[in-house]
Design a protein around this ligand. Structure first.
Ligand code: CTP
Length: 406
């Protein structure tokens, strides 16, 4: 995709991956984008302002209190004269300062003052990435609409192995392209996403639930909404922050999920990412079951409605595109091919959820897209990246928005 005339403000903070920015700028230039750089003092320990200036063919901004810089450009103008702000590498420290709304150097001042979308490429040691402080900061930033690319998994400069390597320049370029490509791509369409676990009551205080985090469905709703689709998210109980511009309907049981979905119809695309409980307790107790008032209870289960299959069989109301997930622990693709037929949906995103895969509750997943046409294997990627790619595929399949009556 061409990035002709797109203006990127690249904030380079202090990580070993800062050297990759030179390649990033070169790739952006090849696609016609103009990059202007802000370099933090820590970033300057890893890459020089001179090399950034040479490759970007522009002045590099480093100092908040530079009279010359302020006269020439001013940090507010700097933050506004871009189509997209990219932070690469985004260190744990910079993300923390962004989350706190600090403005104690040029980079954070620009980030606080900008009214433009921000894409961050985190880069840090795996333990820093896993630390609850970083998790919290990422959650806050995600809630504010900051987009992320990466990090990837692999060897680190510190000798450890794990998640935290900055996305490669070509991946960052792909995320930038996806950002611009998706701008308004689904405007005029209506989307429905199911997400999270369901809670089936045993009595007023106990439930049958499952370990689904809801992250994948929330990321998909976020990506669809950012692409311009009027998006409703029907979600079981989760702790994932609600994405901006998404209409959230909270439910607990499978039956409530199905009723909520039907109430949202008609939609153009339905993505069922929820981990719906297959069974519920037949006749849950009206009062809390007590140990002293009877023997250990035996639970009789009955089958829940299949939300995905019901949406796919909705007759005239059927969305043009009905998409499900297949959580499998063995024979992943074969089971998914059968599941697609059984459920009557158009696409299935199959993924391995065996404990060794770390998919359930984890950050990374490996998807096999099963359609009528065959199977497409996607590389291992974050759930956010899956959401972006799926959104692009949906936009490709739906084409132009339908004409709707008032
Ligand atoms: N699904 C649904 N309603 C159900 C069960 C599943 O909407 N009652 C949807 C899920 O959201 C997912 C797809 O069906 O998109 C497949 O879910 P999965 O748990 O893999 O399949 P099941 O139908 O539960 O089959 P099994 O557990 O036997 O593999």
């Amino acid at each position: 995709m061409s990035l002709e005339d797109k203006r990127i403000l690249l904030i380079v903070s202090g990580g070993i991956a800062a050297y990759k920015c030179l390649d990033l700028i070169r790739r952006l230039k090849e696609r016609g984008a103009r990059t202007r750089c802000v370099l933090t003092p820590a970033g300057a320990e890893f890459v020089t302002a001179l090399s950034l200036a040479a490759i970007s063919e522009d002045k590099v901004y480093t100092d908040l209190f530079s009279l010359t810089d302020e006269n020439e450009m001013g940090h507010i103008r700097l933050s506004r004269e871009a189509d997209l702000v990219v932070v690469a590498p985004a260190t744990a420290d910079l993300l923390a300062r962004m989350a706190a709304g600090m403005a104690n150097d040029l980079a954070t001042t620009v980030l606080l003052a900008t009214d433009k979308p921000v894409l961050a490429a985190p880069a840090m040691n795996v333990r820093m990435w896993d630390h609850p402080a970083t998790r919290g900061n990422l959650q806050v930033l995600g809630q504010r609409g900051i987009q992320f690319v990466g990090p990837g998994e692999g060897d680190m400069a510190c000798g450890e192995w794990g998640l935290g390597r900055m996305a490669e320049p070509h991946e960052i370029v792909a995320a930038i392209e996806a950002h611009f490509a998706r701008d308004g791509l689904l405007r005029g369409f209506r989307a429905l996403v199911t997400s999270g676990a369901t809670w089936e009551p045993i009595d007023p205080v106990r439930v049958i639930a499952n370990r689904s985090s809801g992250r994948q469905g929330y990321a998909i709703a976020d990506a669809l909404a950012r692409a311009g689709a009027a998006t409703t998210l029907v979600s079981g109980p989760t702790h994932v922050p609600v994405p901006p511009d998404v209409h959230l309907i909270r439910i607990e049981t499978a039956q409530e999920m199905l009723d909520a979905c039907r109430a949202v119809f008609p939609v153009d695309v339905a993505v069922c990412a929820a981990a719906v409980g297959d069974w519920r307790v037949a006749g849950p107790a009206a009062q809390k079951l007590k140990k002293e008032t009877g023997p250990t209870p035996t639970l009789t289960l009955e089958e829940n409605p299949d939300v995905l299959a019901s949406l796919a069989a909705a007759g005239n109301n059927r969305p043009s595109l009905v998409i499900g997930f297949a959580a499998e622990t063995e024979n992943v693709v074969d089971n998914a091919i059968r599941k697609r037929r059984r459920k009557g949906c158009d696409w299935i995103l199959a993924n391995d959820v065996s404990p060794s895969s770390g998919t359930f509750g984890g950050e990374l997943t490996t998807i096999h897209l099963v359609t009528e046409a065959g199977v497409e294997d996607w590389p291992r990627m974050t759930k956010v990246a899956v959401a972006e790619r799926l959104t692009a595929e949906i936009a490709g399949a739906l084409g132009r928005p339908p004409a709707r009556g008032a």
